[in-house]
Design a protein around this ligand. Structure first.
Ligand code: UD2
Length: 326
């Protein structure tokens, strides 16, 4: 696939998803710039790519840097955000400054500098716990956290910039993205990264609730492929897409699969459900299939194995234990 756009800006490009996007864009021969304040992103996520990109260490609200970077690109992939739901619950105002105003600044920089397209990272959080399943893009959003409201407001602005100013904008509602480089260090990190970490130490994982809750887990490389397809399509401007697999995994099953990969025998500890936890989440991916021809490449087993290999190489403890086991 040769991209229509050759110069890309990735905000949050040193983060988990952003850094994979940088990999994908460079492999397509794109000229890539990154803005990241390294508040949660890491330079190490960029590896040798650091030498092949223009890197701006800056807050997404630094309009001067944003303008400068926007001038040199045709497309912006906006990944920078306060990504933790509980963090936005604790800090609704500060997080809105980043997630809402930051997104508006990005769209405005695009408008002023004739950037052709902006692809926004939105979230399945906008659906809230509407019992209707699978979640379809036409459903009425029911945001239940500051995070969800902030993402939804970004979608509305994106649509507005498309209608009012002709900025081609697309909002992608990510479901549960997992893969290498996901940081397990906070209690609010993605469950797969936490479970991988637990499998490497001798500590049992905590499963909140009875573990029957489920999620639509999508491998990060499929998310990158989705973004690249969106960048290249003539049929997406002003639209919203679910980014998921249409399949789901229960949390109990997830732990069983990780334990099998690690060769250990650790029983989980069950605790009370997390307040506000959604029980069931799975995407309807019909729109992506019909519009873009998107279908995930990675089965859950394959993605989990690749993620596990990453944790093996980055975690000596896990490596030694598994070597002993085999
Ligand atoms: C995901 C996104 C979030 C937002 C939301 C939309 C991540 C990291 N977060 O939150 O940004 O888009 O979806 O609704 O992708 N769990 C355990 N033990 C643990 C950690 C988690 O049992 O140690 C459970 C948790 O209670 C939940 C499930 O695993 O039922 C998934 O949790 P998560 O934090 O990975 O993601 P989620 O869906 O809450």
């Amino acid at each position: 696939m040769d991209l229509k756009f050759s110069r890309a800006l990735v905000t949050g490009g040193a983060g988990f998803i952003g850094s994979h996007l940088v990999d994908g864009l460079l492999s397509k021969g794109c000229q890539v710039s990154v803005i990241d304040d390294l508040s949660t992103g890491r330079l190490s996520n960029l590896g040798n790519n650091k030498d092949h990109i223009t890197f701006y260490r800056a807050d997404i609200r630094d309009q001067h840097i944003l303008e400068k970077a926007a001038k040199q690109c045709d497309i912006i992939f906006h990944q920078a955000a306060v990504v933790s739901v509980p963090r936005t619950v604790d800090n609704p105002v500060d997080s809105a400054m980043v997630n809402e105003m930051g997104t508006l600044f990005v769209l405005e920089a695009a408008r002023k500098n004739n950037v052709k397209r902006v692809v926004l990272a939105s979230s399945s959080a906008v659906y809230g716990d509407d019992p209707v399943l699978p979640k379809h893009e036409n459903m009425n959003p029911k945001p239940q956290s500051p995070y969800a409201v902030q993402k939804l407001s970004g979608e509305f602005y994106a649509r507005l910039y498309h209608d009012l100013y002709g900025v081609e904008s697309v909002s992608l509602r990510y479901f549960n993205v997992y893969g290498p480089r996901q940081d397990p260090s906070s209690p609010y990190s993605g469950v797969i990264s936490i479970f991988m970490e637990r499998a490497s130490s001798k500590e049992p994982p905590v499963i909140y609730g009875n573990g029957n809750q489920y999620r639509d887990f999508i491998f990060v490389k499929d998310v990158v492929r989705f973004n690249l397809m969106v960048a290249d399509s003539d049929k997406v401007s002003g639209k919203i897409f679910n980014v998921g697999t249409g399949r789901f995994i229960r949390i109990n099953r997830l732990w069983e699969m990780i334990i099998k990969l690690s060769g250990k025998n650790i029983k989980p500890v069950y605790e009370a459900p997390r307040p506000g936890d959604i029980i069931e989440s799975v995407a309807d991916i019909d729109r992506a299939g019909k519009t873009l021809g998107f279908k995930p490449d990675y089965s859950f087993e394959k993605g989990l194995e690749e993620t596990f290999k990453y944790y093996l190489t980055t975690n000596e403890h896990l490596k030694l234990d598994t070597d002993e086991h085999r």
